[in-house]
Write a protein that binds this ligand. Structure first.
Ligand SMILES: [Zn+2]
Ligand SMILES: [Zn+2]
Length: 250
């Protein structure tokens, strides 16, 4: 039995005794049941929600934090990363902790907490439900990582969004070529490595992405190299518009 399984069992036991607890302060959430404006069980108390550093003014195309009044960053003026980028939380302190828990400790509740920030950003940025994407595409992970981890963190982020927004999740369209961890690489190294990283599965029906509006779902947006390659793959497969919904921005 892995340590993460033991932690999950301990959490389950805590739930049975004291009810659901906040993912950040670990205090019971029972007093705040009424305080859930998005009708999503986000597992985070209203006090901790205000402690999370947000990314309110960011580049429309790559979500890089910008000074007030600026809407597009220098790089995106000539080469926009995607059509629209959302990354409502900064990847520091609480935001970085939630992503770490999601990625390395099977943080299912942390996924809901992060998805609740994304959901609020979606309601803010898309004028109505007709403007929403047709498909949510969680960034695929390499098969061996999926095997070792047992889940795809981006897929866990997409599920609560699918439930709330009623937009389909397509997590079986692409495969990702295995490669070394990107965490220690520069943007240039990532761009070089990322070439041909994603491929459409052969069993996928042709033209399934034709003229579709899709949103890539990911946990953290760092250099944008992975997103650029994935967006290119989706566009070549026919997608008309590609957005990125990322929980945090590094
Ligand atoms: Zn809390
Ligand atoms: Zn930008």
């Amino acid at each position: 039995m892995r340590i993460s399984d033991v932690k999950r069992a301990a959490r389950f036991a805590t739930d049975c005794v004291v009810g659901d607890i906040c993912v950040l302060c670990q205090l019971p959430l029972t007093p705040y049941r009424w305080h859930d404006p998005l009708a999503l069980n986000s597992h985070i108390c209203p006090y901790c929600r205000t402690a999370v550093a947000l990314n309110p003014n960011s580049c429309q195309h790559c979500a890089r934090p910008l000074p007030d009044g600026q809407r597009i960053c220098g790089r995106c003026i000539t080469a926009p990363l995607v059509d629209m980028a959302l990354a409502p939380v900064l990847h520091q302190h609480c935001g970085a902790y939630l992503v770490h828990q999601l990625k390395f400790h099977r943080g299912e509740r942390e996924a809901s907490a992060l998805a609740s920030f994304l959901l609020a950003a979606v309601h803010q940025r898309y004028p109505n439900t007709n403007a929403l994407p047709d498909l949510l595409i969680p960034v695929p992970i390499a098969p061996w990582t999926q095997l070792r981890r047992g889940y795809n963190p981006s897929d866990w982020l997409a599920r609560p969004l699918q439930q709330q927004l009623k937009v389909a999740v397509a997590n079986d369209l692409l495969t990702r070529k295995s490669g070394p961890s990107q965490r220690s690489l520069t943007r240039q190294q990532r761009l070089r490595l990322a070439t041909n990283t994603f491929t459409l599965k052969s069993k996928v029906a042709p033209r399934v992405l034709d003229l579709r509006h899709v949103a890539i779902i990911d946990d953290v947006l760092t250099t944008g190299a992975t997103v650029a390659v994935l967006a290119g793959t989706l566009r070549r497969a026919g997608a008309a518009r590609v957005d990125i919904w990322c929980a945090t921005r590094a």
